[in-house]
Write a protein that binds this ligand. Structure first.
Ligand code: KG4
Ligand code: ZN
Length: 334
């Protein structure tokens, strides 16, 4: 079969990225322009500022990616684009660039759901085996997705309130860590002890999660300690929080693996970079004898590589969009 080269474009939040992937599994070249340093000053992503930076960066990122790959648009078979979910102003910049390239170079346009991108980041590591369980943990999502074949997504459950990454970032703020606090909290947890008592949320029979109660429990605990004049042991609080957050994910993952006869578990999304979660998932999958894939750190946070990889499988499925394709800030994974 002829090799298929997909150009993936991602701009759903604060990363402008383009990547070329061969046959959905081999990364040829990737460029990521991150805006973390810009948004850090505001303690979170400011949508209007993010869109303006995407406008400034997108052409440069695309040109650099083709140059790095030593390819031209003539070598590209299709353009995969994140159409949603995400920040609408940010999404639109990548989408307009993708549509323009599709029109000018007469290349098929393949729409990709951002979460499908995070899931398919794993195919750059190891082929997906079915039935598969995708544990989607990011700044905007916490979901368990069952897949019986490619591009077949069955949501088993998800968060009823905050996403796990959002909770990490908010708890990190309580202990004065700079945005994005998730990775810093993870690092701090590794030197702390599990000494604070926090409740494991939603210990029920569903596949759902809840993180807002845990976030409030941390805020209350910090206030109470302050009122009592007790200095907050930040590394211990980070460690106790991480243990509870990870346990709440692991409980439901264990239930899904056994009830759904899962063969392969993958972890997707920014929080897949979390060391506590990586260790606990490895232990659980060893215990239950199922395969586990966790993407390397560089594929965990937003990037065009995962969009190109997901785009390849969508391309094989015959998924195409025309120039009427619009960005969607919310959309179910399908
Ligand atoms: O997938 P992603 O790049 O963006 C979304 O699509 O949401 O995920 C970003 C989220 C942020 O909340 C960030 O704090 C969190 O992932 N994150 C982590 C770690 N690395 C990134 N959270 C906990 N531990 C980490 N090591
Ligand atoms: Zn993401």
């Amino acid at each position: 079969m002829k090799d298929v080269y997909i150009l993936g474009i991602e701009s759903s939040c604060d990363e402008t990225s383009a990547s070329i992937v061969k046959n959905g599994v081999e990364e040829i070249a990737t460029v990521i322009s991150s805006q973390i340093d810009v948004h850090k000053n505001y303690g979170g992503v400011v949508p209007e500022i993010a869109s303006r930076h995407h406008v400034k960066n997108i052409t440069m990122v695309l040109e650099e990616c083709l140059e790095k790959a030593n390819m031209t648009m003539d070598d590209i078979d299709a353009i995969a684009i994140t159409y949603g979910p995400g920040l609408i102003g940010s999404l639109l910049i990548g989408l307009e660039a993708a549509k323009t390239l599709s029109f000018v170079y007469n290349k098929p346009l393949v729409p990709v759901h951002h979460i499908a991108g995070h899931i398919y980041a794993n195919s750059l590591v190891k082929p997906l085996e079915f039935p598969l369980l995708a544990v989607v943990v990011s700044g905007g999502h916490t979901e368990l997705i069952e897949m019986k074949k490619h591009y077949d997504f069955q949501k088993l459950g998800g968060t009823l309130d905050d996403a796990i990454g959002e909770c990490y970032d908010k708890v990190a703020r309580v202990i004065d860590l700079e945005y994005p606090g998730g990775p810093k909290l993870d690092k701090l947890a590794s030197i702390g002890k599990d000494t604070y008592s926090l409740p494991v949320p939603l210990k029920d029979d569903s596949y759902n999660f809840s993180f807002s109660g845990l976030k409030s429990a941390v805020i209350n605990l910090a206030h109470n300690e302050e009122q009592r004049g007790n200095p907050l042991r930040k590394e211990d609080l980070a460690c106790s929080f991480q243990r509870v957050a990870v346990e709440s994910i692991i409980n439901k993952v264990k239930k899904a693996i056994t009830e759904k006869n899962i063969k392969h578990v993958i972890v997707a999304g920014g929080v897949a970079a979390n060391n506590g979660l990586r260790n606990a998932m490895t232990e659980l999958c060893n215990e239950l004898g199922v395969d586990l894939s966790i993407p390397p750190m560089k594929y965990c946070t937003d990037n065009g590589t995962m969009i190109a990889a997901a785009g390849y499988f969508a391309y094989l499925e015959g998924r195409r969009a025309d120039l009427n394709l619009n960005s969607k800030s919310q959309d179910t994974l399908k």
